[in-house]
Design a protein around this ligand. Sequence first.
Ligand SMILES: Nc1nc2c(ncn2[C@@H]2O[C@H](COP(=O)(O)OP(=O)(O)O)[C@@H](O)[C@H]2O)c(=O)[nH]1
Ligand SMILES: [Mg+2]
Length: 230
Amino acid sequence: MPQGPAAPTRTPARRTRAKAPKRTASTDPVAFLGSASSPDSFPPPALPEISFVGRSNVGKSSLLNRLAGRRGLARVSRAPGRTRMVNFFRIGDTHRFVDLPGYGYARVPRAVRATWEGVILAYLTGRECLVLSLLLVDPRRDPLASDRQAFDLLKSSGRPVAVVATKADRLKRGQAVRRIRMLEEAYGEGGEVPVIACSIRPPARNPVKGARAGIPRVRQLIAAKVREWR
Ligand SMILES: Nc1nc2c(ncn2[C@@H]2O[C@H](COP(=O)(O)OP(=O)(O)O)[C@@H](O)[C@H]2O)c(=O)[nH]1
Ligand SMILES: [Mg+2]
């Protein structure tokens, strides 16, 4: 069959251009560096690290992926308690993200849980290049004893911490104001500790004003801590 005049098609060149990522902070080369189940296998403390702390399923890996600009970087799981190791990610050549094992998952044998908690403790108190810990909490619940313990541990070892209320899209507007205020009272220390509501969902599905702004605020905080480290 004779070929008719070229039908308008999307040209490969155009597609390539449209997909080419802009070089912004969120698209710098990112990579999984490795997992460690004990402090002797942590990578050399050569770059500032930001850790993601919180109970299983609170949204640590999701937030990490969002901030890194890579969907599948840290595994996001619906089944809680899967991430059993400390996972290190390179974020450009300026810093690293560290996904910690989620605590407080009851269906894990006591001995295993004690080991994880030991690793978390060793990392949070002893890691010299840890410049910021993001303590992720569920704003729909009252603070958990384990959240409080992690917070107190970080504060007492003089480590900078910010509290991130995750899944803010699941809150109703009025409820959100009350819950964030409750978290500020619990953790804010008179404004010294930032309490930031975040959601990884698009703004259209986000009833909470400011939840969308939460991600940029967390980015700013990270950037400031990374700069200070140098
Ligand atoms: N609605 C909503 N769901 C979220 C959000 N962040 C995470 N999730 C979901 O919560 C579940 C647990 O997330 P994950 O990142 O694996 O939690 P982790 O165990 O703390 O690493 C997954 O099903 C995510 O899709 C959010 O901002 N909004
Ligand atoms: Mg995870």
